[in-house]
Design a protein around this ligand. Structure first.
Ligand SMILES: [Ca+2]
Length: 420
């Protein structure tokens, strides 16, 4: 039993050497699942080696962490005792291999089988997390409640975690402050004193602090898309979009809006697009380079063109020399889109990439003026500008308006025949 207590925290560093129990818990372990899942905390119940010579060499920091301990773990005189060494980091010398984990499980099961708890009836209970309805404003505290009917949680140790909010102990209620816009996850695990556990997970949506409003169609609107349950053009012109691939209608990520409502267009892969043909007569009837504005609410999760193919993300294009577009490239470096008109790039992917953080809403505005200025703006900030080359006046084929070829959501897309 002393050995078990040692593993559970009764040791010189007061750390529990089994994940998911105890008051001071290991966050980083050598475990492929834990390295790749969405949580900060590892799965519960994995044993850790309790002997380590010191802080290991780490790929990012090298020997620097080890040099921060005093006295040095490798000191010839008066180092810390061997049993006083511990770090919460990826340390292969503490990795529990399958044999270790199995032996731990078998020995613990044998001990547990000799306790009164072995004959205790246990009916599991469905647990749920209750979050106030509606979109939560980022930066504003919200309280989640764990509900597990029939289970006495008054003595339970309860751990909560959500998206970019670090895990925390709390009671059956947890007040936390979301920092990211979009669909968020939240999980809770309650450990009862006798070892039983209940766990729950759910999701909720967040919105920006100062939301915006949908546009109204006006005389300069060539096309307007709200994506509120359909791919219809809300201008009077009827340029309804056609989907290719599994583009879906989503209603769980509308946080750019002051009053989230309606829907968005959700893309997950290269090759998923919405598109429509717009006659040349409406865009560039003569040989004069047109005035154009393309605006879009864009929520990128990942760029998908790299190593796959070149492809338009938000694009109005007649030919290689007549276009205004955000397009992604097979070998763009960094792997992100660029903004261009015709064959002139206004913002390359090196300019675009740092300006466009993933997993939040941005307002994209691409403009082309008849005088030749191309501008790419994100959230009102200029990302890049250039002077357009001459457009070809000889072409009469339709321009193709295309959206997609990335992993992310689009909402409120407007094409106009003026510079807005
Ligand atoms: Ca919408």
């Amino acid at each position: 039993m002393t050995n078990l207590n040692y593993e559970a925290g009764g040791n010189p560093v007061n750390i529990c050497y089994i994940t998911g129990i105890g008051q001071r818990r290991q966050h980083e372990i050598v475990n492929q699942y834990a390295k790749n899942d969405r949580r900060d905390l590892p799965p519960s119940g994995i044993p850790q080696g309790n002997l380590q010579t010191g802080i290991p060499w780490l790929n990012l920091y090298g020997t620097e962490p080890a040099s921060l301990t005093f006295p040095r773990d490798s000191a010839d005189t008066a180092p810390y005792a061997f049993y006083d060494r511990w770090t919460d980091t990826f340390n292969t010398s503490t990795e529990a291999v399958t044999v270790d984990a199995t032996r731990s499980l078998v020995s613990l099961a044998m001990v547990a089988a000799g306790t009164p708890g072995a004959t205790q009836a246990w009916q599991s209970s469905p647990a749920t997390i209750i979050i106030p309805p509606g979109d939560v404003t980022v930066g504003t505290p919200v309280t989640a409640v764990l509900s597990a009917p029939g289970v006495d949680l008054s003595q339970a140790r309860i751990v909560w975690e959500s998206g970019d909010v670090p895990p925390a102990y709390s009671g059956t209620e947890w007040t936390f402050t979301p920092a990211s816009v979009g669909l968020q996850w939240i999980e809770v695990e309650a450990a009862l004193p006798d070892g039983r556990r209940v766990a729950a997970a759910t999701s909720f949506a967040t919105k920006v602090v100062s939301g915006d409003y949908p546009w109204e169609s006006d005389s300069n609107t060539l096309a307007l898309y709200h994506f509120d349950g359909n791919w219809q053009d809300s201008s009077s012109r009827g340029f309804h979009l056609t989907a290719a691939g599994a583009v879906t209608k989503a209603t769980d990520n509308r946080g750019w809006m002051a009053y989230p409502a309606g829907g968005t267009a959700r893309f997950t892969a290269f090759g998923q697009t919405l598109s429509v043909a717009i006659p040349d007569s409406l865009i560039m009837p003569g040989s004069v380079r047109p005035d154009l504005t393309i605006e879009a609410r864009i929520y990128p999760r990942a760029w998908k063109a790299y190593g796959v193919s070149n492809g338009p993300v938000v694009s109005l294009r007649q030919e290689w020399d007549n276009s205004l577009e955000l397009r992604d490239g097979k070998w763009n470096s960094p792997a992100a889109p660029l903004a261009a008109a015709g064959n002139v790039i206004a913002a390359n992917s090196a300019a675009w990439s740092p300006a466009c953080t993933l997993n939040t809403w941005h307002l994209l505005k691409l403009t082309l003026s008849s005088s030749g200025s191309i501008q790419c703006r994100l959230d009102g900030n200029l990302v890049g500008t250039a002077n357009a080359a001459a457009f070809s006046g000889n072409r009469t084929n339709a321009w193709i308006f295309t959206l997609g070829n990335f992993d992310g959501d689009l909402d409120e897309v407007r094409v106009s025949n003026v510079v807005r």
